[in-house]
Design a protein around this ligand. Structure first.
Ligand code: FDA
Length: 304
């Protein structure tokens, strides 16, 4: 861990909540479902689709996991009621995966069934490696019942992803491909920036060659260019893939993709737990703090 990273990890919990709020505002839609829907409506007006994430993970109480499940269903109902272009992203630990496998599966099944009832879709986020296999198992099981209403995320930094890509693409699954955000041990993950990029590019090529629908989730311009080349070389229509980005990150790159006719989906996190979520993300991966600091610096310079 570098000096800056150490500083961030120790100093962050001491920062006033108001200060964290100012920084987090750009990346989080707000505290309420109304806030999330307002952001989704704005994004839709700008030509982008959305995926809404109710903030909350690593739930240790079954009551809280049940509440999270209800809230996810309520969010799907609201998306339907407002007729906005958005699906839902969920983390299985927020539905109780850290408590009990079957309990979490029952909750996930309810959420996916609710999405299916509205003709919508649930993307199961991928969390840290203790949950990788369980997440894939739950995905396969729920997909058997609702093949068009659920998709999974694969992380290019995991060494196992090459094998997962081969197996899951043969099953015709719907993917989001990302680099991976958690800090994982070197035995199971690539650490080198170029190795992760190469793994991402290989996985994307295999998925598209396998005829899978892929959400190309990255803000890395090199990978975006690779993605554009890859879909062009295969003669894919814009409806056969999409790019995905996080709310507030590299908006100019997203605007360019929309202008050029590609589908773009923005990940919209919201919820009362925005503060805990922001702290945890920054502490888990201080690289993000570097990105945020760089971004703040650039916007201050732009304003001068
Ligand atoms: P890279 O890390 O090289 O970033 C490229 C540039 O983008 C940076 O230089 C910086 O300017 C900017 N940037 C990237 N992330 C930023 C951030 N958080 N804040 C500010 N600036 C940032 N991971 C995971 O493990 N499981 C998951 O389910 C998901 N889901 C997911 C959904 C979507 C839609 C996206 C876009 C990403 C995820 N991720 C994820 C996160 C992903 O794994 C990865 O950590 C980030 O996307 C950063 O990787 P990039 O590919 O953007 O490259």
């Amino acid at each position: 861990m570098g000096l800056f990273d150490k500083l961030v990890t120790t100093a962050l919990p001491l920062a006033p909540k108001a200060l964290v709020r100012i920084v987090a505002k750009k990346y989080i839609a707000g505290e309420t479902l109304n806030d999330a829907m307002a952001t989704v409506t704005r994004l839709n007006d700008e030509g982008a689709m959305a995926t809404v994430d109710v903030l909350g993970e690593f739930v240790e109480s079954s009551d809280v996991a049940r509440q999270e499940t209800e809230y996810s269903i309520k969010t799907l109902d609201e998306i339907h009621r407002r007729n906005v272009n958005s699906n839902l992203s969920v983390k299985l630990t927020s539905l109780g995966l850290a408590i009990d496998n079957e309990f979490a599966y029952g909750n996930l099944r309810r959420v996916v069934a609710a999405a299916a009832g509205h003709g919508n879709f649930v993307r199961i986020d991928m969390e840290n490696s203790p949950y990788t296999q369980k997440t894939i198992d739950h995905f396969r099981r729920v997909r058997a019942e609702f093949p068009d209403n659920v998709g999974i995320v694969l992380q290019a930094y995991l060494r196992r992803t090459e094998q997962d890509v081969r197996e899951l693409s043969a099953e015709g699954a719907n993917f989001r491909l990302c680099k991976g955000i958690y800090i994982e041990p070197p035995e199971i993950s690539y650490r080198d920036f170029d190795e992760i990029r190469a793994s991402y590019a290989r996985a994307l090529d295999t998925l598209l060659d396998g005829g899978c629908y892929v959400g190309i989730a990255t803000h890395d311009e090199w990978l975006v260019e690779h993605g554009l080349r890859t879909v062009r070389d295969r003669g894919l229509e814009p409806a056969e893939y999409e790019f995905q980005m996080l709310l507030g990150v590299r908006p100019q790159l997203g605007d360019r993709l929309v202008r050029e006719g590609h589908r773009l989906r923005i990940y919209v996190p919201f919820g009362r737990q925005w503060y805990e979520y922001s702290l945890r993300r920054l502490q888990e991966n201080p690289k993000i703090a570097g990105y945020v600091a760089g971004d703040l610096g650039r916007s201050i310079l732009r304003r001068r």
